[in-house]
Write a protein that binds this ligand. Sequence first.
Ligand code: UDP
Ligand code: MG
Length: 328
Amino acid sequence: MSIKAINGTASNGKNPLISLVIPVYNEEDSLPSLFGELWPVMEALKRPFEIIFVNDGSKDSSFALLYDFYLSHQQNVRLIDFNGNFGQHMAIMAAFSNVHGDYIITLDADLQNPPSEIPKLIAEMDKGHDVVGTKRANRHDPIYRKVASKIVNKVTNSITGLKINDYGCMLRGYSRRIVDIIANTGETTTFIPALGQKYAVNPTEIEVAHRERAHGTSKYSLFRLIRLNFDLMTSFSLSPLQWVTMSGMIISFLSFILVAYMFIRRFVIGSEADGLFTLMTIQFFLTGISIMSLGIIGEYIGRIYKQVQKRPRFVIKKIWEDQDEQQA
Ligand code: UDP
Ligand code: MG
């Protein structure tokens, strides 16, 4: 039976089914501790649950570890195996297209957000919140990332009009309605927490614990982080483009006044040749703005290019699931 056919058969709401979604990319060092910490928490919920792991093209032994865990927990575990590395957000997207639950919770595999925080999110969802956003209390990451995130959080909120205090915290809760909306957006690159917030009717935000990465290293290089943030900003707003237009208009207006002044000055005082370096500085500054503006326009064109290519956002090699359990 195909997964699609049983989508929509979420339980009747009295005892909501919990779907926990975990993207995994080269996490062989973290997975054994994750399994050990996660399982008791899920069992203690005393609710029906499924865990969906998405192997995002890991090159280490992550798949083998996930597959073993799946084999020994088939009733509650499903495993989506990607054809290659499509990124954390696409891994979550793939799981969102295949969830069965009423409450969907996303968690990173590296245990930076402890699984013991999951019940807190469920309690908020029980109160009727359709999106439970989170903020990392005492974030344990390198200082450069914390400073960069502070700036990104502020800038992104002002550009997108969203109100999210911590875009990067991925331990979050979404109702099935929100997840279905997110899964049906056709964007090739996106940012899941921002999509959730955009479509939320009754969102809330809570603090969750954060720890240092105990095993392995971050899967985001500086370049990947910058790319991800460009995706975030260009997916949710056109205002960077509007700034380019506005600053072009303001600079043109000021230059026009300067030209008029120089023209009159030439007749009244005569020509001038001083101030060469001032002129060069202004010119460098304007060249910088021009190149940046081209880059901003390029970001949007790049998104359009990806979108018109209509390539699949992710390619699933195989979904491992217990057929008997799924059909029951
Ligand atoms: N991840 C993924 N695909 C990627 C990069 C990361 O599935 O291309 C997963 C990774 O295995 C982890 C989560 O996304 O479960 C967050 O990654 P990481 O902890 O490296 O990010 P950070 O905490 O440094 O922001
Ligand atoms: Mg992490």
